[in-house]
Structures are given as structure tokens and as C-alpha cells.
Design a protein around this ligand. Structure first.
Ligand SMILES: Cc1cc2nc3c(=O)[nH]c(=O)nc-3n(C[C@H](O)[C@H](O)[C@H](O)COP(=O)(O)OP(=O)(O)OC[C@H]3O[C@@H](n4cnc5c(N)ncnc54)[C@H](O)[C@@H]3O)c2cc1C
Length: 508
């Protein structure tokens, strides 16, 4: 089937970059069609360390442009989505086997000053003998620096960008794979395949954006038909363990090999530890943590924490593949984290623009740079608008989380503390859309486990493109950490019954 409509922009890939570009473009008046072969954020964008950060260590590689842009984005993104993005203080313990204290202090001075920091607190020095941050750490650490960055729920950031893009008129198709694309009669003809029905369709567009993350070269081979090599695939893995410390701080540790890694409070009851960096050669869809990575992270964390971290502490793990622009660096950890947008096509033929590299942190700025290229090809339609425009559910003061939570608790007194907090964290003001006129817990329908009810699942299926239990349990929420097999089966049966009863298509 070929549609006769010619969209302005076709985007391949529903990760943070594809969805961020879709949102920006449709908000400026372009018509947009986005295809994601699996679930939104099922690629790298749900496998990150989940930090909106300048990247202290990138200063060592003189990546000042990237660090400055990233630092500036922290406060912009926090204000756009304060339910899923919030400040974190990082404790960086000092010891003799690491980079010298004066060098780290200099780095943190730059970190505090080159990125327009206004609301985030500045760096300070901690006396670990007196400070509560010391408690989980071994006695040998006497001094630390404490600095600011932000936390982000990465998978939800993707979905909220997609939701906002769809609300503004973009077509978002999940479980839809781009199988070929060619220039034909002055436009792109892109063949897509529905992953559920197997049906194929041809979509026409004036411009094609390849935002396929680690698959970017593969897609390019399929369209350009040549042997291309632009990205270096670098695996990074994390382990999740039962909470090792009670405080709100995260920790920044340095390993004996000079690499750094984080230990971060996670989902109330857990600690997230990562990441690793190693070149990856396989299919990004099959990436899995290795035994060596688990041992590396356990050993690294055990150097710092009073209580050792062992495999037995691990309740979950995940891996992602960074699609880094291949700048020829020798070590995986030294390859640039900056992004590169490359156009392909002469001025008089339909453009293809590829996204190489990038970070969650810089997705909004990457989209703005992409829009400059799109404007050059299709003409200007509207101004840059995303800085300051809140994402769905984020329309409350960035320091107003407790106030919103109190409001929800008052309006829906039957919710438990945990459930109310979870809903506000995930959905912000849209928690009210889910809860709507409910007057009792029974009004929310059957509970599948860990506070997840029919009402919430319906919302995720109708508004957030969730189709399978893992979409709900591991991307829209992280309730997979708390679900048992029986709960998963009940959820699966419910979601299947809704799909077969002709679920209303998530608004396009
Ligand atoms: C271990 C690790 C830690 C990280 N930590 C951080 C961090 O703390 N902070 C930060 O800012 N960044 C971090 N990053 C980087 C960040 O996660 C990535 O740069 C970002 O998620 C890349 O997004 P993307 O949209 O380009 O790719 P992806 O999220 O992979 O999206 C690409 C999408 O394209 C789809 N696709 C591929 N081929 C096709 C096709 N033929 N048809 C349709 N769809 C297709 C895929 O299914 C996928 O969903 C980290 C990365 C890793 C791996």
C-alpha cells in the first residue's frame, strides 16, 4: 500500500533523538511520521546511567563545547519535566590512587562556572569524618567533593517527547520497521513493515531522518546500499542491587584502571551501579551483561562501600550500546560523546540526514541543530520553541513536587504513600488524568501487583503506546523489579485481551 500524502519529514527510530526531533519539528509546523521497529526507548535510550550531566570526565578530553552545552541543558530539562528529572548531589571521595585533588577541584570549578548554573547548588568540600555522606563508605576516605548534576527517567523522557509530538499532530508508529528507502519522483519512498501483522506500506516524505541509534549504519546500508562505517558501538552495563545506603546522595567513584563509575539511589529501594565501556561487535538487540562486567562493577564498588557488593546482591542488570561517532580514538572510553549530523544528497534531491552519537542530555539541542538542517532543505516554518515548553505532566514548578504530591494525596486519600509518590513521579500532573474521578481503590480496577492497576495500564496502552508487559514493567515503569511471575502473567493476559478487543490506537 502506498499513501498519497507526502509528509515533510520521515524519522526512523523512536529513541530519545528520533522522538526529540519529531517533537521539535511538528511544533514548528512540519508534518512528521516516525517509525520505531520495537517499543519506544527499547534501544539505547532506556539503557543509560540516567544522568542529565555535563560529564565531568569529558573535560579531560577537552570536550568543552559538549560539556558546556550539556551543563546548560541540566536546568532547562529539569524545568521541562520536573516529575522525571531532578537534581542529585554526587559525592566524590578522594584518595591517593586517583587523579590529584587539585585537578578534580579545578574540573569542578569549571563545571560550576562554564554552564550557566543558576539553581543547582555549587560544589563543596565534605569532611567525611563528620558528614553523613560518609556512612556507607569505608574509613579510609577522609575528604570528598560534592557537586550537582540531574537524574532522569530516560525511557519516560522518550515517551513524553513522543506523546507531545503526537499531541501536536505527528504520526508515531511503534513496532514498525523501516525496511527500505529510496529517492523516487522528487521524494523519499520508505517501505515500512508492521511487526505485528507483517503488512508492508510505503510512506512518502520530502526528507528522511535516520535516528536509528546503534542501527544507524545498518539502516544506511539498506538505503544507500553501500558499506558504511560511522559509529563505534560501545557496550555499557549496569547492575541494580538492594539499597546499600539510605541517604539521597549519589556517589562518583574512580576505579584502579582510571575509569569512573557511579552508585546512584534507584527506585526507592535499590542502588544502581555502572557503567562499563567495551567495544561491541554483535547485533545491538542482543547485548547482555557479561560475567566480567558484573565482577568488575562488584569489585569496584566494594573498594568504596563498607559493606562489600557481591553477585548475590544483584537483583537486576541491563546493558546498552552507545552509538558513538567513530573519531578513531584508541580506547572505547575516549571516543567522543558529542553528536554529528550528516546530510546526504545534493541540493536538488530529497535529503537524508543521519544522527551519529549524542547523549540523552543533549537530545533537545541535537534536535535544534537538526531543525537548522531541515529548515535549510524545506524552508523555515517556525521558531525554536522547546526551551521552556514543558513535557506532558511537567507543567508544575520545578521545586513543586512535594506540593503536587500533597494535592494528589488530598484529592485521592485512598492511595498509599508509595502509590501516590510513584504516580506523581511517573506522570506528574497527568496522574490526575489517570486517577480522574476515582473515589476508592476499587475504582482503579484490578491490581496486577506492586500498585499497578487496570486504570494505569489502560492509560499506558491508550496514551503511551504500551503493548506488551515489558513495555509497562521495564520502560513506562520499573515495576518489573517488584513483580512476580503470576503478576506478569495476569498483566500479559489483560493486555492481550485489550489488544484483541480492538484497542483504541494510541492517538497519532
Ligand atoms: C551504558 C550507557 C550509559 C549512558 N549514560 C548516559 C547518561 O547518563 N546520560 C546521557 O546523557 N547519555 C547517556 N548515554 C547515551 C544515551 O543513552 C544515548 O546517546 C541515547 O540514548 C541514544 O539515543 P538514540 O535515539 O540515538 O538511540 P536509541 O535509543 O537506540 O534509538 C534508536 C531506535 O531506532 C530504532 N530502529 C533501529 N533500526 C530501525 C529501523 N530499521 N526501523 C525502525 N526503527 C529502527 C531502534 O529500535 C531504537 O529504538 C548512555 C549510553 C549507554 C549505552
Amino acid at each position: 500500500m502506498t499513501t498519497h500524502v507526502i509528509h515533510d519529514i520521515f524519522i526512523a527510530g523512536g529513541g530519545i533523538n528520533g522522538c526529540g526531533i519529531a517533537r521539535d519539528a511538528v511544533g514548528r509546523g512540519y508534518s512528521v511520521f516516525l517509525a520505531e521497529m520495537n517499543d519506544l526507548a527499547s534501544g539505547t535510550s532506556s539503557g543509560s546511567t540516567k544522568l542529565i550531566h555535563g560529564g565531568l570526565r569529558y573535560l579531560e578530553h577537552y570536550e568543552f563545547r559538549l560539556v558546556r552545552e550539556s551543563l546548560m541543558e541540566r536546568e532547562v530539562l529539569w524545568s521541562m519535566a520536573p516529575h522525571i528529572i531532578w537534581p542529585l548531589r554526587f559525592v566524590l571521595p578522594l584518595h591517593k590512587d586517583m587523579r590529584p585533588g587539585w585537578l578534580i577541584r579545578l574540573g569542578l570549578f569549571l563545571y560550576d562556572h562554564i554552564g550557566g548554573r543558576k539553581a543547582l547548588p555549587a560544589t563543596r568540600t565534605l569532611d567525611l569524618k563528620k558528614d553523613p555522606a560518609e556512612r556507607p563508605l569505608k574509613d579510609r576516605f577522609a575528604r570528598a567533593f560534592e557537586y550537582s548534576d540531574c537524574w532522569v527517567n530516560d525511557a519516560r523522557l522518550v515517551v513524553l517527547n513522543a506523546r507531545d509530538a503526537a499531541d501536536r499532530g505527528a504520526v508515531i508508529r511503534t513496532r514498525t520497521k523501516v525496511i527500505s528507502a529510496r529517492r523516487e519522483d522528487g521524494a523519499w519512498s520508505i517501505q515500512i513493515e508492521d511487526g505485528v501483522t507483517g503488512r508492508t506500506e510505503t510512506v512518502r516524505a520530502k526528507l528522511f531522518v535516520n535516528a536509528a541509534g546503534p542501527w544507524v549504519d545498518k539502516l544506511l546500508q539498506g538505503t544507500a546500499g553501500s558499506n558504511v562505517h560511522n559509529v563505534r558501538l560501545v557496550q555499557g552495563s549496569h547492575i541494580v542491587i538492594r539499597k546499600k545506603f539510605a541517604g539521597p546522595n549519589a556517589y562518583f567513584f574512580q576505579n584502579n584502571d582510571g575509569r569512573i563509575f557511579f552508585a546512584i539511589p534507584y527506585e526507592e529501594d535499590f542502588t544502581l551501579i555502572g557503567t562499563t565501556d567495551q567495544d561491541y561487535k554483535g547485533d545491538p538487540a542482543n547485548v547482555k551483561i557479561t560475567d566480567a562486567e558484573i565482577d568488575y562493577l562488584c569489585a569496584g564498588a566494594s573498594e568504596y562501600f563498607r559493606e562489600p557488593v557481591t553477585r548475590a546482591d544483584m537483583v537486576w542488570n541491563y546493558s546498552g550500546v552507545r552509538p558513538l561517532y567513530d573519531d578513531g580514538a584508541t580506547k572505547a572510553q575516549e571516543a567522543t560523546r558529542d553528536y554529528v549530523l550528516k546530510s546526504d544528497g545534493t541540493a536538488d534531491e530529497p535529503q537524508l540526514i543521519n544522527v551519529f552519537g549524542g547523549k540523552i542530555t543533549t537530545y533537545r539541542r541535537l534536535a535544534e541543530s537538526m531543525l537548522e538542517k531541515i529548515e535549510a532543505a524545506l524552508g523555515v516554518r517556525g521558531k525554536a520553541w522547546t526551551s521552556g515548553a514543558t513535557l506532558p505532566g511537567g507543567d508544575f514548578d520545578r521545586n513543586g513536587f512535594d506540593g503536587l504530591l500533597a494535592q494528589i494525596r488530598q484529592q485521592y486519600p485512598f492511595l498509599s504513600d508509595i502509590q501516590a509518590k510513584r504516580l506523581v513521579r511517573l506522570y506528574g500532573t497527568r496522574a490526575k488524568t489517570i486517577l480522574s474521578s476515582a473515589r476508592s481503590a476499587a475504582d482503579l480496577g484490578t491490581e496486577f501487583g506492586a500498585g499497578l492497576t487496570v486504570r494505569e495500564v489502560d492509560y499506558l496502552m491508550d496514551e503511551e503506546w504500551a503493548r506488551q508487559p515489558q513495555d509497562v514493567l521495564w520502560r513506562r515503569t520499573k515495576l518489573g523489579l517488584k513483580f512476580d511471575q503470576q503478576g506478569v502473567e495476569a498483566l500479559d493476559a489483560y493486555m492481550k485481551s485489550r489488544v484483541s478487543n480492538g484497542l483504541r490506537q494510541a492517538a497519532q
